[in-house]
Design a protein around this ligand. Structure first.
Ligand SMILES: Cc1cc2nc3c(=O)[nH]c(=O)nc-3n(C[C@H](O)[C@H](O)[C@H](O)COP(=O)(O)OP(=O)(O)OC[C@H]3O[C@@H](n4cnc5c(N)ncnc54)[C@H](O)[C@@H]3O)c2cc1C
Length: 296
């Protein structure tokens, strides 16, 4: 039987944290191997905002410009707008600049201004796909998708990881360091006996407890329903429902976050009806994906 494969650093989890760690190690000349259960980068929407500090990290790695090109078109405003229904009364609007306006302002700002890389709205699914592609171009980084870490053993001079591929074959890997980047329910964290403290959720009615997140295609929303100034985040509030629709690509893809559906029982039909009720008008709704989600 062959001995374990060796790697200086084993990164468990190839989400944004694991991929960024791999790129930062690479920048310092340290080879690593990233393991992720998923066979491909995630294709469902999650986090939407890359704050200035995150953009600065991308800049240090030379990838801020291509990441800033992801998500909404350059002139799409990033407003947050509140409605009773989407075809009804606009309650309020927080005007926020488009990507191009923001970058023009940053370009004109004095050199002592806080950051050359202001906040950027682009969904995590687009950025994760980009990061995974970029990681593949770096010879020091090995990306092992479809590989679940199922065991960790600490020894005097190494950590031995037991990994399992999608066909159930077991591969042992020896590393000088193993890093847990495997998300909120982290296997590494639990194996080390590290527990969370504090309350689990706020328990609030609107997106403050277990809710529903869905990826939608709404091909006519911007053309027929939201005919005024565009926004990034469209909230609908009335006595019957509350939801947030986030524009993903400025065209037909949207991210729905709502507490007005039972996260464990809802499905494409009820979610499409909910969106039509929020719109106040019939419109085509394709539910690409939906799942329960507890806002953090
Ligand atoms: C619906 C939704 C909306 C969200 N909205 C926001 C938002 O607006 N703003 C915000 O800041 N955050 C948001 N988040 C949270 C954000 O997505 C997470 O904070 C972020 O993904 C954490 O990144 P991570 O790399 O630590 O973990 P993850 O993205 O969870 O990645 C962990 C990776 O580890 C892999 N993995 C797990 N166990 C193993 C194992 N044993 N072996 C190998 N691989 C393993 C998983 O497949 C996964 O790819 C949202 C999340 C969801 C679900």
């Amino acid at each position: 039987m062959n001995g374990p494969t060796r790697t200086p650093v084993a990164i468990v989890g190839g989400g944004p944290v694991g991929l960024m760690l791999a790129l930062l190690l690479d920048r310092h000349g340290v080879p690593c191997t990233v393991f992720d259960t998923a066979e491909a980068p995630h294709r469902t929407p999650r986090g939407n905002t890359h704050n200035a500090r995150t953009m600065e990290h991308y800049r240090r790695l030379g990838i801020a410009t291509p990441i800033r090109a992801l998500g909404l078109p350059g002139e799409h405003p990033t407003d947050i707008a509140y409605f009773t229904r989407y075809n009804g009364h606009e309650l309020s609007r927080l005007p926020l600049p488009s990507r191009n306006t923001r970058m023009r302002r940053t370009g004109r700002a004095p050199a002592t201004d806080q950051t050359p890389e202001p906040v950027h709205r682009a969904n995590q699914m687009y950025v994760e796909r980009f990061l995974a592609e970029h990681v593949r171009t770096r010879p020091r980084i090995t990306l092992r998708l479809g590989r679940t870490v199922t065991g960790l053993r600490q020894e005097a001079d190494r950590v031995t990881l037991r990994t399992e591929d999608s066909a159930g074959r077991v591969h042992d890997v020896a590393a000088s360091y193993a890093v847990g980047c495997d998300g909120g329910r982290s296997f590494v964290r639990r194996t080390l006996g590290v527990h969370y403290e504090g309350p689990g959720s706020l328990g609030q009615e609107v997106l403050g407890r277990r809710a529903t997140a869905a990826h939608l295609r709404l091909p006519t929303f911007h053309r027929d329903v939201m005919t005024g100034t565009r926004a990034w985040s469209y909230w609908a509030f009335n006595s019957a429902l509350a939801m947030n629709l986030i524009a993903l690509n400025g065209e037909d893809e949207f991210f729905l976050l709502t507490s007005s559906a039972d996260p464990d029982r809802t499905g494409p039909g009820p979610l499409a009806d909910l969106v039509r009720r929020a719109a106040g008008t019939p419109l085509p709704v394709e539910v690409l994906d939906h799942r329960p989600w507890t806002p953090g």
